[in-house]
Design a protein around this ligand. Structure first.
Ligand code: KG4
Ligand code: ZN
Length: 333
């Protein structure tokens, strides 16, 4: 089954053809990072305007590069939410139009399901599993007993982990998006700043606003005194604390839910320190640990094409009234 997948929830317009949920045939992504860089973050209005310019160009390029024609596609999968509403609407409208014209099924895909199924493009998911979803908008621990069944067992109470990385980077004067830069600089620094740890309690929830605010205040206080901060040390101190708590809660979830498989998902899954620490912990506990290659960590349509296949197998088919949803919880068990 060949699925044409569309992902436009934020600042990427991405389209892909995926076979049977496991094989990426071809992907074309138009990224707007350079446009939003000068604003230090994604500007929703600009993102959707850029999507409308690019949507048909990306589709055309996908068909040309893959050598596919629309009639060879068996279904259309699309991210319907959560995300920026103006951005989502363009992908959804494109998918509905193709479905209407071809008569092929329309499959609604939750963006986070997509991030989790990015792992399925590397290696078929094994159950039961715990997925640690870490992105610019989410920090979730999700239990899956089988395909396309999601139970959220913990989430962030305030900022998403990627948001905290980006804010810390911004206040330290680093470029956008900040996560990869913090990751790189943290390798060069020492853990010298006495920052508070993120929420470290018995729940599976996260809270990063305390540590984020501590970094912001520290940087401002030092700058008022005319002192420079040691950016590398700040990155190391911040990252060590965040990753420590995330790894601890993830390992506890695996134990309590008797899951022998862990997958990492979302943009922050690209973080090298988080990957290493989880990898070490999983080795010690005999847990199978998987994570997507970097290109599948950030937003891309291949992951949506994989998730769409299993959504379809589980009866998730939309009609032409499908609408985009900015905020939605899909954890459905
Ligand atoms: O999943 P994603 O592409 O978009 C959302 O759905 O949010 O995630 C983007 C987030 C940004 O906050 C970015 O700074 C972060 O992922 N990120 C990283 C790394 N690479 C990307 N954070 C930490 N370390 C990285 N290497
Ligand atoms: Zn994402």
């Amino acid at each position: 089954m060949y699925i044409l997948a569309i992902e436009s929830s934020c600042d990427e317009m991405s389209m892909s053809i995926v076979k049977d949920g496991v094989e990426e045939i071809c992907t074309v992504t138009n990224t707007q990072i350079d446009i939003h860089k000068e604003f230090g973050g994604v500007v929703p209005e600009i993102a959707s305007r850029s999507h409308i310019e690019n949507v048909t160009i990306v589709l055309d390029e996908l068909l040309q590069r893959s050598g596919f024609t629309i009639d060879k596609i068996d279904a259309i999968g699309v991210t319907y939410g959560p995300g920026l509403i103006g951005s989502l609407m363009i992908g959804v409208q494109c998918a509905k139009t193709i479905s209407l014209v071809t008569g092929k099924p329309l499959i609604p895909v939750h963006h986070i399901a997509g991030h989790i199924y990015a792992n399925n493009l590397e290696k078929r998911l094994e159950f039961p599993l715990i997925a640690l979803v870490v992105s610019g908008g989410h920090t979730d621990l999700v239990y899956m007993g089988r395909d396309y069944s999601f139970k959220r067992i913990g989430s962030t109470l305030d900022d998403a982990i990627g948001e905290a990385y980006d804010k810390v980077a911004k206040v330290c004067g680093l470029s956008y998006p900040g996560g990869p830069v913090v990751d790189k600089l943290a390798k060069l620094g020492k853990d010298t700043y006495d920052l508070p740890y993120p929420l470290d309690d018995d729940s599976y929830d996260f809270s990063f606003s305390g540590i984020k605010s501590a970094v912001v205040n520290l940087v401002h206080n030092e700058s008022q005194r005319g002192n420079a901060i040691r950016v590398e040390d700040m990155c190391t101190s911040f990252q060590n604390r965040v990753v420590k708590v995330v790894v601890k809660k993830t390992m506890r979830a695996l134990k309590e839910y008797k899951a022998n498989n862990l997958v990492l998902a979302g943009g922050v899954a690209a973080n090298s320190y988080l990957r290493n620490e989880l990898s070490e912990a999983c080795k010690r506990e005999n847990i199978n640990f998987g994570y997507p290659r970097i290109a599948y960590c950030t937003d891309n349509a291949a992951m949506i094409g994989s998730a769409a296949y299993y959504a379809y197998k589980n009866g998730k088919i939309a009609d032409l009234t499908l609408n985009a949803v900015a905020v939605e919880s899909f954890y459905n068990e």
